[in-house]
Design a protein around this ligand. Structure first.
Ligand code: NAP
Length: 309
C-alpha cells in the first residue's frame, strides 16, 4: 500500500481524493494540507506516515514544494506546470536524478488510454510524423496566477513532445496570442513548434470558447490519425496521401471518416497516472525523469518571451 499526502484540496485536489479512494487498498490518502496554517504542507512533507506527496496547489508553489519533497526523500506528483523557467526545471531534474526519486508532472492527456492507443497506431504505422495539430479549448478556468500559455499549453506541448520523442529537441518555435487579461496575458494562444527533420506542430489553446475541445491529429505520409475527446468515436485512422494530397483531391473528396481505432475509455486518465506513479515508487517501472518537462519548460519560456509576458 502506498500512503499518500495531498497538498491542495481545491477543484482538482478533490478529483485526486475521489480517485485515490477508488484505488484502495493499493493507495491510501493519509494527510491533506491546504492554505490553512493548521494543516501546514511542510509538516505533511516531513511526516513519516506519507510515503509520497501529491502537489495540487496554484502553479507558482509547485517548484518550491517539489524541492522540499526531494530534500525530505519523498517521491512526488506535481501538477502542471512544474515551473516557469528552464533553469529551475533543469535544477529539479538534477536534484531528482541525484536522489533517484520519481517526480511525475501530471500532463493528464499522456495517461488517457485513447491518446495512448493513437500513439501506438502511429508508431506501428512506421512512418515519420510530418505534422501534429492540437486543440485545447474551454471557457476558463480563469486563474489569477497563470494565463493560458502556462495553464493550458503544457498539455498540448507534452502531447507533441511525447509523440516526437527521439526526434531531438524542438529546433524553432513561434507564438501568437490575443485577448489579453488584466495582467496582459493572452486568453487565446497559438504555438508553432518545428523539429530538425521537418515535422511541425500547430497548437491552438484558449479559455474563451463556450465549447470544450480536446483534439489531436497526427499526419504521416500515408495516414491522418485523429483523437477527439468529445466524439462518440474517439480515435480514427484516415488514409491520407499527404505529399500527393493536391493530386489525390482531383479524384474526388477525401474520405474523412476513416476507420475507428480501438480507444478504451477506462481506466480514467488520473487512475492510469496514479498507477504509473505507484509502479515507479515500487520500482517496478523505470524512473520517468523530468527530461520532457525540461524541454517543455524551455519551449514555453521562449514562447512567453515572444508573447512579451
Ligand atoms: N492536469 C490537469 O488536467 C489539471 C486540471 C485542473 C487543475 N490542474 C492543476 O492543479 C492545480 C490546482 O488547481 P485547482 O483548480 O484545484 O486550484 P484551486 O481550486 O484554486 O485549489 C488550490 C488548492 O491549493 C491550496 N493552496 C493554496 N495555497 C497553498 C499553500 N500556500 N499551501 C498549501 N495549500 C495551498 C488551496 O488551499 P485552500 O483550500 O485553503 O484555499 C486549495 O486547496 C493547478 O496547478 C492546476 O494547473 C491540473
Amino acid at each position: 500500500m502506498l500512503r499518500l499526502g495531498l497538498i491542495g484540496a481545491g477543484r482538482w485536489g478533490k478529483v485526486y481524493i475521489r480517485t485515490i479512494e477508488e484505488m484502495a487498498p493499493r493507495l491510501r490518502l493519509i494527510r491533506v494540507a491546504t492554505s490553512r496554517p493548521e494543516n501546514s504542507w511542510k509538516d505533511l512533507v516531513a511526516s513519516p506516515d506519507c510515503d509520497a506527496v501529491i502537489i495540487a496547489t496554484p502553479a507558482p508553489l509547485h517548484a518550491e514544494m517539489v524541492r522540499a519533497c526531494l530534500e525530505a526523500g519523498k517521491p512526488c506528483i506535481a501538477e502542471k506546470p512544474l515551473c516557469f523557467d528552464a533553469a529551475t526545471a533543469q535544477a529539479l531534474k538534477e536534484q531528482a536524478d541525484k536522489a533517484r526519486l520519481p517526480v511525475l508532472v501530471n500532463y493528464i492527456h499522456l495517461y488517457n488510454p485513447a491518446t495512448r492507443a493513437l500513439k501506438k497506431a502511429v508508431v506501428s504505422a512506421g512512418k515519420p510524423i510530418r505534422a501534429i495539430l492540437t486543440e485545447g479549448m474551454d471557457l476558463g478556468p480563469f486563474r489569477a496566477d497563470t494565463g493560458t500559455l502556462w495553464d493550458r499549453c503544457p498539455h498540448d506541448v507534452a502531447l507533441c513532445l511525447d509523440l516526437m520523442s527521439g526526434a531531438g529537441p524542438v529546433s524553432d518555435f513561434s507564438a501568437a496570442g490575443a485577448f489579453p487579461d488584466a495582467q496582459g496575458r493572452p486568453e487565446m494562444v497559438t504555438l508553432r513548434l518545428g523539429w530538425q527533420g521537418g515535422a511541425t506542430a500547430w497548437i491552438q489553446t484558449g479559455r474563451l470558447s463556450p465549447q470544450k475541445k480536446r483534439t489531436l491529429s497526427v499526419i504521416t505520409d500515408s495516414f491522418l490519425f485523429h483523437f477527439d475527446e468529445q466524439a462518440a468515436v474517439k480515435c480514427r485512422r484516415i488514409p491520407f496521401d499527404y505529399p500527393g494530397r493536391t493530386e489525390a483531391a482531383r479524384s474526388g473528396p477525401l474520405p474523412k471518416e476513416g476507420e475507428p481505432l480501438p480507444a478504451p475509455e477506462k481506466p480514467a486518465p488520473m487512475e492510469v497516472m496514479l498507477s504509473a506513479f505507484a509502479d515507479q515508487v515500487e520500482k517496478q517501472a523505470p524512473l520517468e525523469g523530468l527530461g520532457l518537462t525540461v524541454e517543455l519548460t524551455r519551449v514555453l519560456e521562449g514562447c512567453a518571451k515572444l508573447l512579451k509576458i
